[in-house]
Design a protein around this ligand. Structure first.
Ligand SMILES: [Zn+2]
Length: 99
């Protein structure tokens, strides 16, 4: 079975989900949810996702240099605690920020 190309609604039992072309949100792994959020997997869920990111600011840093340390993603009464770096390395200031 190859990896799925899309995430379907949580309780989906369509043929594609059964044979593994798609995966239901209820059965998706953390890395599949992260891939969907990146746009690498199609989002068929029809759901609104709420994403909260916690940034850490060390002594001497400005807000633009803050590093993300936690990311929680909520949808359909479920919460995923994802590694913020699954979505790529980011700071509040971004890669091209002036210093
Ligand atoms: Zn399905």
């Amino acid at each position: 079975m190859s990896s799925p190309t899309a995430i379907d609604p949580p309780d989906c039992r369509c043929t594609e989900c059964i044979v593994g072309i798609y995966v239901s949100l209820a059965e998706a792994t953390d890395s599949q949810v992260a891939a969907m959020l990146r746009g690498d997997l199609d989002n068929h869920t029809g759901l609104t996702f709420t994403i909260a990111v916690v940034y850490e600011l060390h002594p001497g840093q400005s807000l633009a240099q803050a590093q993300p340390t936690e990311m929680s993603v909520r949808a359909a009464d479920r919460t995923w605690a994802l590694d913020p770096y699954l979505l790529g390395e980011r700071t509040l200031g971004g890669e091209g920020s002036r210093s």
